[in-house]
Design a protein around this ligand. Structure first.
Ligand code: IFM
Length: 737
């Protein structure tokens, strides 16, 4: 297996936000931004914890928590502090890298002082074998004799977007506990083991920071420094984790390091994707896989992945449809156990979804657009700030983006289909599906009274589709088709539930009300409006879309008075035009590809692509997928690269007005993975194919011209397979691991 190292040389302070994301390490319990050890809150270091939230005050948004930072280190040589960015004028060499094949972040900085060169080298990782553990080695070498001090801290002054969250601190010799007003707490404990010619140590704790100052009498060219092992705990670990962990300082840095290397070696043995003929694509795709793996909540019973992963608090650390529609497939096909953890999060979220539907005046389950624990809706009704007035703008992501519930049902269906495991249905999934069906039933309406003998026309009005720029539209094609899908799948699971013979099944006896639902759905489905189509086969995104001004993305962009303006909503530049934010009709076509002729798919790609801003990282992969389904892999290739490289390439937008919107893009990584397996490899699930001992899947590959072959593993229905696909041949065999 190849070594893949992501690297950046030279120091530029400007890059702190982007590199913090690009060089992220993590283990699903937490993500640690790739910040310099000496950075304070201003430069956004963060140990972002999965699934723990707090609201600092009613004026601020609820968001995920960052733990006190145990990687905080400051260095003095002969009394002079050497740190970034303050000493950047003394930097003669700087390199930051991430070895994704080992899950280790490395940094090397050489400062030139009046007496010579001082080299700082660090190595750090988040324990894949001990989910609450972090480890750091900080090593210094000077090419002259010097007296040095290293201040090693646990910094409680954390970076927050809607904080501060900690109102009280308990600072001990080796730990800092931050406590929120509601009692939720996060504690970081750490112990350093110095090496080199140490003179002594003294404790220098501050109000929010535990610190140790270690002094060294350093000889020319002799390394000195410390290794540090840290543990993070929260007050809700008991609730979330399968096996909550306590700090274990018997664990040594070197032991953890060895375990770390072994974990990743084993992981890549089964998960590395080879793209022969394209190193750039291979690196980007495996970086995407690494990035999904370090945010997978393997430690939890039921937890999901936020839209910005564990790279910080952007989007409130909340879970969106991104997980169910874009990321889930990677886990289903490689790590079904984690996929089930993600689905169980939605089962737990049913409570919040039922409450939200009730609050908004509907039946059933209306899932949170931005979901926190127990399905709490974190999305504000005023989610955007007007750049000119500074005033909050009424947005409709929360109350009108009703397609979220269908994404959850779609996720459950994908899981069952590809794993063959129906257990999720009997662990709450069945209720999720039925309640989502009830929700969409309560959205159906009919504006026209049918003439005698004519069918009703059931519509869904006043929604926001995936293209968020056009708000409050009627009959969004994507939403309508997804609602219908929920009804269709509900019928399937109702049949399955009826057949379920287990005596202890929670679904027995089959309640009469479900029989009513079944009969009702059967009558309703044929009367539902899907979408309107023009003479060229182009599906209208919503009622009246074709009547909007037909101008180019560039013309719309040229109308901005400020580059940070929001394009959407009734005041936005895109609103009166056909310019859309992201794949909408195209997503619908990609999800239901077997229902459409290639000509129709092509006509829609041709129409919508030039009218799409791709303002969301969820867009390119859907266009790319559909292009693959149309047999156009070379057209799809740039979309693939755009998705896989989303956090490797220079970021497009990091700030919207004064708000930081950067961070990582897991949906885009998941989308790139989908493009590889469903798009280029053409993986298909064949519902009715029954062949002894073989999984019911097949491949219809379309590789880009310059690719020689692709090789990858898949887990299908509990068995592991390896596929090698060239332009001419597919080899697909079971592997014993
Ligand atoms: O879920 C997406 C949405 O589709 C577009 N705006 C960003 C969200 C989070 O990624």
């Amino acid at each position: 297996m190849k070594e893949i190292i992501i690297k950046e040389v030279n120091y530029d302070e400007e890059n702190y936000a982007h590199f913090g994301t690009k060089f992220l390490i993590g283990n699903g319990y937490m993500g640690v931004r790739g910040s310099m050890e000496e950075y304070g809150a201003k430069h956004m270091p963060a140990v972002n914890i999965a699934g723990v939230y707090n609201q600092a005050s009613s004026e601020k948004w609820r968001e995920s928590l960052n733990a006190p930072n145990p990687f905080f280190i400051r260095l003095k040589i002969d009394g002079e502090e050497l740190s970034l960015p303050n000493s950047s004028d003394k930097v003669v060499f700087h390199e930051q890298s991430l070895d994704i094949t080992k899950g280790i972040h490395v940094r090397k900085t050489i400062f030139k002082t009046a007496k010579g060169n001082v080299t700082v080298e660090t190595e750090r990782f988040a324990g894949m074998t001990h989910f609450n553990a972090l480890a750091l080695k900080y090593s210094v070498t000077a090419d002259y004799d010097c007296v040095s001090s290293i201040t090693s801290g646990i910094d409680g002054e954390v970076w927050d977007i809607n904080g501060p969250h900690f109102v009280n601190f308990e600072v001990e010799e080796n730990s800092v506990k931050g406590i929120c007003e509601n009692g939720v707490s996060v504690m970081t404990s750490a112990k350093g083991v110095p090496f080199g010619d140490m003179i002594g140590t003294k404790s220098a704790n501050e109000e929010k920071t535990a610190q140790n100052i270690i002094s060294f009498n350093a000889k020319k060219d002799a390394a000195f420094g410390l290794t540090k092992v840290a543990f993070v705990q929260t007050s809700i670990d008991e609730k979330i984790s399968k096996e909550p962990q306590k700090p274990n300082f018997l664990l040594k840095y070197d032991t953890l390091l060895e375990e770390q290397k072994q974990y990743w070696k084993d992981f890549w043995q089964e998960n590395f994707v080879e793209i022969e003929g394209d190193e750039k694509a291979e690196t980007a795709l495996n970086y995407s896989i690494y990035s999904l793996q370090i945010i997978a909540p393997r430690h939890a019973n039921a937890l999901s992945i936020p839209a910005r992963g564990l790279s910080g608090q952007v989007y409130k650390g909340a879970v969106f449809w991104d997980t169910d529609m874009f990321m889930l497939d990677y886990f289903i096909l490689n790590d079904p156990e984690t996929a089930k953890i993600l689905l169980k999060y939605r089962v737990d979220g049913l409570k919040g979804a039922l409450e939200k539907a009730d609050r908004e005046g509907y039946n059933g389950a209306f899932y949170a657009w931005e979901s926190h624990e127990d399905g709490i809706e974190a999305c504000s009704k005023f989610n955007v700030t007007d750049i000119f007035t500074g005033r909050a703008v009424r947005t409709y992501f929360d109350d009108k983006q009703v397609h979220i519930s269908s994404a959850i049902v779609y996720g459950i269906k994908k899981y069952i289909k590809l794993t063959g495991d129906t257990s999720i249905l009997f662990e709450g999934g069945f209720d999720v599906i039925v309640e989502c069906a009830n929700f969409y039933l309560s959205l159906l309406t009919s504006r026209v009274f049918p003439k005698m003998g004519e069918p009703r026309k059931l519509e869904i009005l006043d929604v926001v589709g995936p293209d968020e720029y056009h708000e409050r539209v009627n009959n969004n094609a994507y939403t309508n088709r997804m609602a219908k899908f929920v009804f269709e799948f509900t019928l399937e699971v109702l049949d399955l539930a009826k057949k379920e013979t287990k005596k202890d099944s929670p679904l027995l006896p089959f309640p009469e009300v479900l029989n009513d639902l079944k009969n009702g759905l059967k009558k309703i489905i044929p009367d539902m409006i899907d979408f309107a189509v023009n003479d060229e086969g182009v599906i209208e995104q919503f009622d009246g879309y074709f009547d909007l001004e037909d101008v180019s993305v560039d013309v719309v962009r040229s109308r901005l008075k400020d580059p940070r303006e929001y394009w959407g909503g009734s005041n936005g530049v895109a609103y009166p035009t056909q310019i859309i934010k992201q794949a909408d009709v195209v997503t619908m076509l990609a999800m239901f590809k077997d229902e459409f002729e290639k000509e129709i798919m092509k006509a829609n790609l041709d129409y919508y692509e030039p009218r799409t801003e791709h303002g969301s990282s969820l867009s390119a992969c859907m266009y790319g997928l559909l292009q693959c389904f149309c047999g156009m892999p070379d057209t799809a290739y740039p979309m693939f690269l755009k998705s896989a490289e989303v956090d490797l390439a220079a970021p497009k937008k990091l700030w919207a007005g004064g708000i930081y919107i950067g961070g990582s893009h897991p949906a885009s990584w998941g989308g790139a993975y989908q493009m590889l397996v469903y798009g280029f490899a053409g993986l298909k699930h064949n519902k009715d194919q029954k062949s002894k001992g073989k999984p019911n899947i097949s491949f219809d590959p379309h590789l880009p011209k310059h690719w020689k072959s692709i090789s990858f593993h898949l887990t299908i229905q509990g068995k592991k397979y390896k596929a090698k696909i060239t332009h001419k041949k597919v080899v697909f065999d079971e592997v014993k691991i």
